[in-house]
Design a protein around this ligand. Structure first.
Ligand code: NAD
Ligand code: UGA
Length: 325
């Protein structure tokens, strides 16, 4: 586990970033959160409630599109950077490709330029399973062709390519981590598990896009965070990509059945048209991350969903992330 390191986390007020920040703060690292609290969804203040009380955590309200502010935040003493900030959301990117591109591509390019003449030892870039597109085989290893089918996937792939280019020309020690549909307490309100739980608890019918036979390698956030931290500690990761999934998959229909069982609310789903940009299946081959990072995800989908539902039910209404109007 990293200890007493000087760390900057972009997107640290978001879902994954706030969990990462909590884990690092607990281990006495000196953490700076850099986030612009963008209005994609609300209540990010609640995500960082505990972090605000920690003496070894500071919050900088800044935008990754502002290069000078980013350089200032990095300063001379930052040792490690976790670049987690992005405009996420596959479906959102179909509606707003320019915004997705600007934040994910220009934002990452700014980060690389900001790191160039700094004392940063290592930069970890948050990427996505969406870079693969429609799978040609399963499970998907890192050598699988990258042919994204959404503007979001294309933007995350472009960001990865910039990272590699900066590694090649300037020797920047950067690697990219391809997260697979992450869930857990504080999950973004635009994501399936959050939406379905909300609907089922209200005895409403969940809306399934397509026939529900699409599968996802749903990954519990604590496992993702352990992989992110392991990547910062591991050697020989410069210029590499790693899949961080659970290494198992579950269909959307099965996901609904599990949530119905956990909540005890027997609702009938609606099946509607498939969404543009949605891939049929994701399923990570995590052999490389296991071998090079010692990554070892532990949380079964049943346990992780129980934890999510428990969090959702026990969280005051005004602290649950809310979709923007
Ligand atoms: P999130 O929206 O909860 O977190 C992103 C954070 O970045 C937010 O707090 C937001 O305010 C901040 N941000 C956005 N634009 C910014 C800007 N211009 N300047 C500064 N901060 C900005 O999303 P998340 O689900 O936690 O995703 C985190 C990362 O993981 C993203 O890079 C995303 O692409 C990637 N990812 C997420 C998943 C998933 O399932 N959640 C899967 C694959 C990849
Ligand atoms: C998720 C994240 O939103 C992306 O940021 C991330 O990069 C991506 O995972 C990834 O793994 O790379 P997605 O798989 O679309 O994208 O996540 P969910 O919102 O959890 O959707 C899972 C499935 O449920 C999709 O097939 C989606 O179409 C479906 N869904 C979603 C529904 O059927 N109904 C809904 O109301 C919402």
């Amino acid at each position: 586990m990293l200890e007493e390191r000087r760390i900057l986390i972009t997107g640290g007020a978001g879902f994954i970033g706030s969990h990462l920040a909590e884990a690092l703060v607990e281990h006495n690292n000196i953490v700076k959160i850099y986030d612009n609290f963008n209005p994609f969804y609300f209540n990010k203040e609640a995500n960082i409630k505990r972090l605000k009380e920690a003496k070894n955590c500071t919050l900088i309200k800044g935008d990754i599109l502002d290069l000078n502010s980013l350089k200032q935040a990095i300063g001379n003493d930052t040792e490690l950077i976790f670049h987690i900030a992005a405009q996420p959301g596959v479906r959102f990117s179909v509606e707003t490709p320019f915004k997705t591109n600007e934040i994910n591509v220009t934002g990452t390019l700014n980060m690389l330029v900001a790191v160039q003449n700094s004392n940063v030892e290592k930069l970890i870039n948050a990427s996505s399973s969406s870079v693969y597109g429609t799978p040609q085989y399963l499970p998907i290893d890192e050598k699988h062709p990258t042919n994204p089918v959404s503007p979001y996937g294309a933007s995350k792939l472009a960001a990865e390519k910039y990272c590699k280019a900066f590694y090649r020309i300037y020797g920047i020690n950067v690697c990219s981590l391809r997260f697979f549909t992450v869930y857990g307490p504080r999950q973004r309100p635009d994501m399936a598990i959050h939406i379905f739980t909300q609907q089922i608890l209200k005895n409403e019918s969940p809306t399934i896009f397509g026939d529900g036979n699409q599968t996802r390698d749903f990954t519990f956030v604590d496992d993702t965070v352990s992989g992110i931290i392991a990547s910062a500690e591991a050697k020989d990761t410069a210029g590499e990509d790693f899949n961080l999934g659970k290494g198992e998959r579950c269909s959307v229909n099965n996901l609904i059945s599990l949530l119905i069982k956990i909540t005890g609310n027997a609702v009938e789903p609606n099946w509607t048209k498939i969404m543009k940009g949605d891939v049929s299946h994701t399923w990570a081959d995590i052999t490389k991350a296991k071998k090079m990072l010692g990554y070892d995800p532990q949380t079964s989908i049943e346990t992780g969903l129980e934890e999510f539902v428990e969090w959702y039910k026990s969280t005051p209404y005004d602290q649950i992330p809310k979709a923007s109007p």
